[in-house]
Design a protein around this ligand. Structure first.
Ligand code: FES
Length: 365
């Protein structure tokens, strides 16, 4: 425990002038007859620091030991929780759903990861607080204000204070606390390390095939009705999905995301890349809606220029020029879907996209 006292405390009388005519620092001179200056007696005298009261841990080594064990227990629980986090990550399948009252049906993996990581961090925090409150020195020290520029002696004093603080924290003496704290702090970052596994594996050819097939009708995403050419007017952007996707299917969300399609009608004379006309119907062009940068939905259409913008990182594609990238980090044009009209007058796909949709940099040459 520190032997320092509040000798530098604001309660000392060293700033009080002995001569009552001597001015306090910052005290103004009276401005003239009848003007009132700073009163000779400070009506709000600094009461100084209260007398220091020892805690039970300061005077009873057994109580200090109990605190040490409590801190060590908290750090140990943190370590176990981190191990539990890693075990949960390995043990629970991503689609395992459990019923927890009152939350209802929740992902077992998310729940266990959240609980174990929360417990690990909480126990580190609680251990540190308990350590500070019961074992570290709690002597209050008041420091006078001083110029911002630090003198060499001040730097020496700061270093000395730091060493003193390290000594008073009892980090050297309380080996149990020290070892368990380092253990907890070493283990808890592992929670982040195991999550790196989610960066892989690569989806390989999963982005190469979508739900589009020859003869699949283009269904309006908003009305769920099959689209006809007249539904797509010049200057508008429409969104479509393939017919037959069942929202109760296990992979419905994956399939509908991969197949997301946008349709635009451009006057054939305004289409720069004439090769795309072979895959269009009367100037109606169909492109993947998934940005080739990192997969955000592209949707901000500028009808005068036929540019479409990705809101995530501003990649801009020219739909009149084969969805070529005009700007931004996207590396490839948006894949085009070949479409035509069936005998009933509805728009239909002529097959799947010719290229993988989305970023898919690992699949392209
Ligand atoms: S995801 Fe589209 S620009 Fe980044």
């Amino acid at each position: 425990m520190s032997s320092e006292t509040g000798s530098h405390g604001t309660g000392s009388d060293e700033n009080v002038p002995e001569d009552e005519n001597e001015k306090l620092p910052g005290e103004r001179e009276p401005q003239g007859h009848g003007e009132v200056g700073v009163p000779d007696e400070d009506p709000f005298a600094d009461p100084g620091l209260p007398p220091h009261e020892h805690r039970v841990q300061d005077i009873d080594e057994r109580a200090a030991k109990r605190s040490e064990r409590t801190v060590a227990m908290l750090f140990t629980v943190s370590m176990l929780a981190t191990v539990g986090f890693i075990a949960s990550y390995v043990a629970f399948p991503i689609d395992k759903i459990v019923y927890i009252w009152p939350l209802g049906h929740v992902s077992a993996l998310n729940l266990s990861l959240g609980l174990t990581l929360g417990l690990a961090l909480f126990c580190i925090g609680a251990g540190a607080v308990h350590w500070a409150r019961t074992l570290m020195s709690d002597v209050e020290i008041a420091d006078e204000r001083h110029p911002i520029e630090a003198e060499p002696e001040v730097r020496q004093k700061v270093l000395a204070d730091f060493r003193q603080g390290a000594k008073e924290s009892q980090l050297g003496r309380r080996k149990l606390v020290r070892h368990t704290m380092f253990g907890a702090l070493t283990l808890v970052p592992l929670s982040g390390v195991v999550l790196l596994r989610d960066l892989g594996p690569l989806p390989e050819d999963k982005m190469r095939h979508t739900a589009w097939k020859k003869g699949k009708l283009l269904i309006n995403e908003n009305t769920d009705e099959p689209l006809k050419p007249d539904d797509i007017v010049v200057g508008s952007l429409a969104f479509a999905k393939p017919e037959g996707l069942d929202q109760h299917d296990h992979d419905f969300n994956v399939e509908i995301a991969k197949a997301a399609l946008m349709l635009v009608r451009i006057e054939p004379d305004d289409i720069k890349d004439k090769r795309t006309l072979d895959w269009s119907h009367e100037g109606i062009l169909a492109y993947s809606k998934i940005c080739t940068h990192v997969g955000c939905p592209v949707s901000l259409y500028e009808q005068q220029t036929h540019h479409v913008l990705c809101p995530c990182h501003q990649s801009t594609f020219d739909l009149s020029d084969g969805a070529r990238v005009l700007f931004g980090p996207a590396g490839h044009p948006l894949p085009q879907l070949k479409i035509s009209v069936n005998k009933d007058g509805y728009l239909e796909a002529q097959g799947d996209f010719a290229e993988p949709v989305g970023p898919a940099f690992w699949e392209r040459g």
